[in-house]
Write a protein of this length. Structure first.
Length: 251
């Protein structure tokens, strides 16, 4: 049994005993022999009926998931303006869509790369999703440089240019440095000097810092992390899973 399962099982047993009818004796006053006999009886019962522990574990897991979902809902509600209308994040898809998805992304994150095409397919095939990207570089210098470059493009050239840049950076292999980013800019037909010179501008720094503060307040520590309308989803979700979440939100 895994460490998590063991902890849950212990908690489940404690919960089961605590919820049981009052015993006809005071456990604290048992002799050592009586206490040993009682423990032996409990152990024997659980060995003969192991499904009891697993049933209790399932209940605890359901309660934990429900509590987390409620807490996340409250966080999303409290930070709705910062998530959905911050005035600086890229907004794509159907701008009038009935469902808004927010993704916190790091271009050097393997799971962000894995999710990229599936998110794009979801937006394209659905046709009624508003999509927001939050630049959240957390994997070191290469991540930071990539995000600064993308934000610089957005601030200097707009959302369409940013989309082309983001699609390029998420698939970029090799080192990220001034030389490689200059090559990306030229390949996309941008003014490389203008974009690179703006990467250290206060406006770029402010956007990254603001998103990091939002992620901290939402208890987001990894990428990709998503907000589907009013639900937080931390980690990679395959296309079918995202489609199911969207369907549920519309339901």
């Amino acid at each position: 049994m895994s460490t998590l399962k063991t902890k849950l099982a212990s908690s489940a047993l404690a919960l089961t005993l605590a919820a049981a009818p009052a015993l006809a004796f005071d456990i604290d006053k048992l002799s050592d022999a009586e206490r040993a006999a009682f423990r032996a009886e409990v152990r024997a019962y659980l060995l003969e009926n192991p499904e009891v522990i697993m049933e209790a574990v399932a209940v605890l897991e359901e309660r934990s998931a429900a509590a987390q979902a409620t807490a996340d809902f409250d966080l999303v509600t409290a930070n709705a303006d910062r998530l959905f209308d911050d005035g600086y994040s890229y907004v794509g898809g159907n701008l009038e869509g009935d469902i808004t998805i927010v993704e916190f992304v790091d271009y050097r994150c393997g799971y962000c790369r894995k999710a990229h095409d599936e998110v794009a397919e979801l937006i394209k095939s659905d046709g009624n999703i508003r999509f927001i990207v939050k630049e959240y570089p957390i994997l070191g210098e290469a991540s930071d440089l990539s995000s600064r470059f993308a934000i610089s493009v957005k601030q200097k050239m707009g959302d369409d240019a940013y989309k082309l840049t983001a699609d390029t950076l998420i698939k970029m292999r090799g080192d990220v440095n001034e030389k490689s980013l200059r090559k990306v800019a030229k390949g996309l037909g941008f003014d490389a000097d203008m974009i690179l010179d703006h990467m250290d501008a206060p406006e770029v720094e402010k956007e990254i810092a603001t998103t990091r503060a939002l992620a901290r307040d939402l208890n987001i520590t990894g990428t990709p992390s998503f907000v589907f309308h009013d639900e937080m989803v931390r980690g990679y979700v395959p296309l079918k899973g995202m489609q199911a979440i969207v369907k549920d939100k519309r339901g």
